[in-house]
Design a protein around this ligand. Structure first.
Ligand code: FES
Length: 107
């Protein structure tokens, strides 16, 4: 694992889509009651930037064609379920107040 510090936990609001670039990889960080999840900032449908999407509670909505994803798991949860189109996830850990991610599996 190659952990890299990204942001302090208190700087991410629970209702926002927090964009970050780590080692040249564009990510979104989503805070939720279970902690923080990090995903590639690219929709599995046609690659739109998820950082321009919307968030309604625990649902992330891509701005381009409104596909929906579970904030915590990254699963595609639109009416027609497409598991092959789940979000690409990066491991996250929180050390003290510091949120760290490992993007080595996404590059
Ligand atoms: S590119 Fe995201 S739903 Fe189509």
């Amino acid at each position: 694992m190659t952990w890299q510090p990204v942001v302090k936990l208190s700087e991410i609001r629970e209702d926002e889509i927090y964009p970050a670039n780590v080692d040249g990889v564009d990510l979104i960080l989503l805070r939720h009651e279970g902690g923080v999840s990090a995903y590639l900032d690219s929709c599995p449908h046609e690659g739109a930037q998820l950082s321009f999407g919307d968030r309604e509670g625990d649902v992330l909505i891509c701005a381009k064609h409104l596909w929906e994803f579970d904030v915590k798991s990254g699963e595609h949860i639109s009416r027609v379920r497409r598991p092959q189109h789940d979000l690409k996830k990066a491991p996250v850990r929180v050390v003290g107040e510091q949120v760290e991610v490992d993007v080595s599996g996404l590059a």
